[in-house]
Design a protein around this ligand. Structure first.
Ligand code: TYD
Ligand code: MG
Length: 458
């Protein structure tokens, strides 16, 4: 007879293991393997084929469905990230570090949505109702008719939601929820998976939109939102640096809209405020005409976004000099450094390199390569780049500059914010030059030669 054995799952990458280990050999994460209750066995001696199921109604591809109806949450930046509003009966995961502002954001969203005449239920497993009311007072949301409860028992929550039949239910957080048919502690992989599964199927069955809050934990003490991501329709990450007031709501998966859209917020004394022109905000603290500071014209989702890239290059006392990156990919930095050395003869050996995206933003576009290269050389040579200039372009390993998408949108945004010049790759189609003084380069060495002259090795 098959023995029901315990299963072990990595909460970082979701790989299953036969036994516990300190380190997951699939993703390399330490202390991320957790015990999971085995799946309940089916009726004895029965395989799925033995008993007949029901015949499914099959559709075809050319059936025309009614267009998705969406309702506005009442917060434009939130609607934008959802792809234009909340889709009924959808399941959304909002994940982020503890303390980043998830509860604040969702309380505001709940209140705004309730103000549009919808029924909203907010269930917290972390804070007492009085605490939430205190926050609502502070955020001046007490007039909104949001129904509130503190509960962790999933059975009670589902019964309540079934009777209330709200348009939107917020579950804060999935790690505190507890289903009594699963034999493990709240926050374990089995519990998180079971409760998320129950809640998402409930959303589909009853037509209630559900937002699950999930804490991201590096230490792996609690099951991360990774195990939930594939169950929900939309995954939003709420990110930002603790020391900065900016918060970014980023869609990383969206069955009902684009998946790279961002919403920008600012944490203020009275809650999260929408930032409708993020470029202005990200550039507001810029040091004009400092060596190592460059403005990159980026695109986040559908929106152009100007950010300052800062670099510092200093002599290193270490045998292996430091390469420290905040807000960008460190592998990408190594690549840019290698291309500068191999194709332009500019060596960073014996020098510490620091790269920072100002404002706590994280960018992932390869289009930032040229701006990063410019910041690095500007810092190394102590020669500033003109402060009225934006830079963008992808660098290939050969040193050639690759054309990138949406160049016109980038230029338009830059012009709107008072920039007058741009350095870009050539071979790019621009229907109008948008009044900017655009200088185009084929390769990164031409760019370096033009701006920094010939660079002597020290
Ligand atoms: P919270 O929403 O509780 O975070 P999470 O649910 O992601 O754990 O936010 C907590 C932080 O937000 C806390 O450090 C205080 C700060 N905050 C403000 O700065 N202004 C405000 O108006 C509110 C309500 C919170
Ligand atoms: Mg919270």
């Amino acid at each position: 007879m098959a023995k029901s054995t315990l299963a072990f799952t990595c909460i970082n990458c979701n790989a299953s293991h036969k036994k516990w280990a300190g380190r997951c050999d699939t993703c390399g994460e330490w202390n991320s393997i957790k015990e999971e209750a085995p799946l309940a066995a089916g009726p004895k001696g029965k395989t799925l084929g033995a008993s007949k199921g029901r015949k499914l109604a099959l559709g075809d591809l050319n059936t025309v469905d009614a267009p998705l109806e969406r309702s506005s949450i009442g917060i434009d930046e939130f609607d934008r990230v959802l792809g234009g509003g909340l889709v009924p009966a959808s399941a959304i995961l909002v994940a982020g570090d503890p303390g980043i502002g998830k509860s604040t954001l969702l309380l505001q969203a709940a209140a705004e949505f309730a103000r549009t005449g919808k029924k909203v239920v907010y269930i917290s497993g972390e804070e007492a109702s009085s605490q939430i009311r205190m926050r609502a007072h502070r955020l001046k949301l007490t007039d909104a008719s949001v129904k509130l409860a503190t509960e962790t028992n999933l059975r009670d929550i589902l019964t309540t939601l079934e009777e209330e039949a709200p348009d939107l239910a917020i579950i804060d957080s999935i790690q505190t929820m507890w289903a009594d048919h699963v034999d493990s502690a709240p926050g374990s992989v089995s519990q998180v998976r079971a409760t998320a599964h129950e809640l998402t199927t409930f959303a589909k069955r009853k037509g209630v939109s559900i937002v699950l809050v999930g804490h991201v934990t590096k230490e792996g003490q609690i099951a991360g939102p990774r195990v939930v991501e594939h169950m929900v329709d939309t995954v939003l990450y709420f990110e930002g640096e603790r020391g900065h007031q900016f918060r970014i709501l980023r869609a990383v998966k969206n069955r009902f809209g684009p998946s790279d859209e961002i919403g920008v917020f600012e944490m203020t004394g009275c809650g999260l405020a929408q930032v409708t022109n993020p470029s202005e905000l990200f550039l507001s603290e810029r040091d004009i005409q400092t060596a190592g500071s460059v403005v990159f014209a980026g695109i986040e989702g559908t929106r152009p976004l100007l950010v300052e890239i800062q670099a510092l290059v200093a002599p290193s006392p270490l045998a292996t000099p430091r390469r420290t990156v905040v807000g960008w990919d460190s592998a990408r930095l190594s690549m840019v450094l290698a291309v500068l050395e191999a194709r332009c003869g500019i060596s960073f050996a014996g020098k510490d390199v620091y790269l920072n995206i100002a404002g706590g933003l994280r960018i992932s576009e390869p289009a930032a390569d040229l701006a990063v290269a410019a910041a690095l050389i500007s810092a190394r040579q102590d020669i500033p780049i003109a402060s009225d200039t934006v830079i963008f372009g992808e660098i290939s390993l050969s040193g050639a500059l690759r054309p990138i998408s949406q160049a016109e949108n980038r230029l338009k945004e830059a012009q709107k914010l008072g920039f007058t010049a741009a350095f870009t790759p050539s071979r790019m189609k621009l229907s109008s030059e948008s009044g900017m003084d655009v200088t185009k380069y084929d390769a990164v060495d031409a760019f370096v030669e033009h701006h920094f002259g010939s660079i002597d090795e020290e």
